[in-house]
Structures are given as structure tokens and as C-alpha cells.
Design a protein around this ligand. Sequence first.
Ligand code: GDP
Length: 265
Amino acid sequence: GRAAPPLAALSQVLRLERSRRTGIVFPLQKLERYLAPGTDTARFRLFQPGLAALQRAEALFRSDRGHSIDYVSSAVRMDHAPPPTLPEVCFIGRSNVGKSSLIRALFSLAPEVEVRVSKTPGHTKKMNFFKVGKYFTLVDMPGYGYRAPQDFVEMVEAYLQERHNLKRTFLLVDGVVGLQKTDHIAVDMLEEFGMPYVMVLTKIDRASRGVLLKNVLEIQEFVKENTQGCFPQLFLVSSVEFSGVHLLRCFVAHVTGNLPTVEAS
Ligand code: GDP
């Protein structure tokens, strides 16, 4: 196993001074102060859990005796997927968007969990299933892109249409470059199927504040004007600095029904 990186645990984040702490736990709110006065920021705070909820979510992502987090299996076809017994979330995104890094960051308090990557070109891409105790399953979907849109579309379409325990899809978008043509394929598919999903902007440590603000505002506007199923609040993450990872754990706990509702709002 690996050692958990710094700031992987809330207890470490709580030791930081206030402004840095806000930047790590609520990266979107950190941007608010740079917006023009009068900008509507209601969408920045729809999901704003308190410390108790964040801690409760963290406990789900921390393995210990009596609570194991396990890689279950990989599947190329739906009939190889594990039985749909627990609430489930899935993560999708273009190859290289930072999906494995984010899943590794989410599971960093369970260092025995191995997040596999299959990047060899031409290598069959699979859906990887992880089981978080008796609470939920998390699926790492194959990365899509340029070379493999067809694989992606077929496997992901079947999954999205058939997986009745799927509670939410997390669509990862590169925070440095914003929405790309291939991201729109995923958005169109989710919209067509009427699936609830969330957009997660990755690698925010790499974007300058100006670029990040521009992308956040543009994507937020796109979501408002062009989507039905997308949660209006964007989630910003850096798997390197751990920004947004705690909040994302909490949102996963929430959408899988593992947080008391009073704590989530
Ligand atoms: P995947 O193909 O979507 O699974 O992408 P990876 O997680 O393998 O990441 C692709 C590349 O982006 C790798 O070189 C990562 O080190 C880098 N990367 C991923 N997440 C972050 C991040 O949050 N910040 C920075 N700076 N780099 C990242």
C-alpha cells in the first residue's frame, strides 16, 4: 500500500489557515471574490455541507476493519458487471482528463485499493467496479477520445441504459481547456437518456485563475442554457492539491443516500 498524501484527510486540512482551507474544501467559493459585483453565485452554493457531513463522508472512504473498500472486477460487457445491489455512481471522461488520478485521490484513505489504468493504445478498455463497504459502488468507465469514440459509445450507452442502480454520473472535464467536442458527445448522450449527472472540472491547480474563471462561467452558462439533467453546481478538483476532493466525497455520499439529508444542505 501507499501512504496517504498530505491533505488527503480532513484533519490535515483543518490545520490550515482559513483562506487556504476554503480553497481546498470549497474551491468554487474561493473564486467568488474575483467575480464582478452582482454576478449570481447562487449556483456556487447549492451543495454546501457542514463539517459533520464532510467527516461522515470521509469515514465512508476510509477503510478499516469492518469496512473494506475493494476493487471488485472489470467488465467489457454488461452481463459481466457485478449484480446491481448497491447504489452506484460512475465516472466518465476523455482519456487523460485526470480520471484515474481523481479516483485514486478519492480512495487515498484506502491505500490498498488499486486503481488500474489501461492506457496501451488498442488495449481493450474496461469498466472497473469498486465496492465501498455495504454502502455504494463506484465505476471507473473507459476513457473516451479521439481514437475510441465507438467503444466508448457502445459500452457506456449500454451501461447507462441498463444500470438501474446508477444514482449519478460524474462527467469529468479538463479545467484547463474547458468543454471539448468529445465532451459534448457525452453530454448529448446523458441528455438523450435523461440521466442525472454532474460536471467535474479537473486539474484546477494547472489553470491560472483567469482561465479557471472563464471556464467556470462558460460551462456554468452552457449547463444553464443547454442541459436538463446536469446539476447546476460545478465541482472543481485538483488531485495533486486535493482541492475539491473532500467535497466530492461528500456529494458521492449524498447522492448514494449515505448522508442524512439535513446534513447535506
Ligand atoms: P485519465 O486518462 O483520465 O485516467 O488521466 P490520468 O489520471 O492518468 O491523468 C492524466 C495526466 O494528467 C497525468 O499526467 C496526471 O499526472 C495528470 N493529472 C491528473 N490529475 C491532475 C491534477 O489534478 N493536477 C495536475 N497538475 N495534473 C493532473
